[in-house]
Design a protein around this ligand. Sequence first.
Ligand code: PMP
Length: 362
Amino acid sequence: APMSRAYNFSAGPGALPEPVLRQAQEEMLEWRGARASVMEISHRDKAFIELAETAEASLRDIMAIPANYKVLFLQGGATAQFALLPMNLAAPDQAADYVITGAWGEKAFKEAKTLCSARTAASSADSNFTTVPEVSTWALSDNAAYLHVTPNETIHGVEFYDLPESSAPVLADVSSTILSRPLDVSRYGVLYAGAQKNIGPSGITVMIVRDDLLERKPRPMPQILNYKAHADNGSMLNTPPTFGWYVAALVFDWVKSEGGLKALGERNERKAQALYAAIDGSGGFYTNKVDPRYRSWMNVPFILANPELDGAFLKGAEAQGLLGLKGHRAVGGMRASIYNAISEEAVGVLIDYMREFQRSHG
Ligand code: PMP
């Protein structure tokens, strides 16, 4: 069949860098002299252990992760961490503060409520999650186990890095922003991300956790749910998602070859600015309602003034090779997810399509 690979604006699983896919394709049958594919060998094999160590070293290098943090490669997605974070870090009667700036933070909060005294320190629900409450208004609990934030809300397209001077460690769901720009790891106690946006295939979850937090023992814990047990076993307490780990390692190499997070951040900012400028410059044909201070560089939701045109917009987009633009049902309209693997050229093609669609339907 002819290749008809398109520009993929899917929110996740999302686009991966083409050189990574090509290398995985080349190495599919025989991985580096293993005489088998990488997913057919033991995770205890010396070659795989080396891959795991190299992947961690690359991520440490890319993100400048301080030595007093562990890097874990887990399963269960970010959603499993919504439950495992309170289980591992908060006692049943202990307060934990949540700042809710979108649908994912809300889910994290609901899950935590079953496990500890989770509280909403701040929420932008009454703005339909189009802004971020000022840090000075956050109602922080005394002696909270932690403060949970979602720096990038994938559905609502809201991104922020403001944090209070808080003694509680900050736990951040960075599923849809990790590796998109430089981030000061030392401001956070835990950073965690499902892989399927900027890291690799779904099925693997990256967690960066400060050492002292692994020493908390708020309740009896089964080994398999216990972060400390995973850390003590090099994330190989049981069979890990080896193929995902392998692809993540390739993506980390790609990030380095692209110049690292500073270069990617500059490119991502240009992509986002171009797309928001096109939306804002459309005379109301397209709208993004997010407070400009908090507009996401990764997920750009926008609505058409006339929602009856949604179907035609999506159909025309697909015909032009622009996929995955349908917005989440919670927001409606469109959403362009412009992760690392989406080039400036791809964003340009999208903008051209949007202008052309407006010309023919405006
Ligand atoms: N948090 C955020 C910010 C997300 O974008 C997603 C998935 N889109 C999740 C959590 C849930 O992740 P998973 O499906 O890996 O559990």
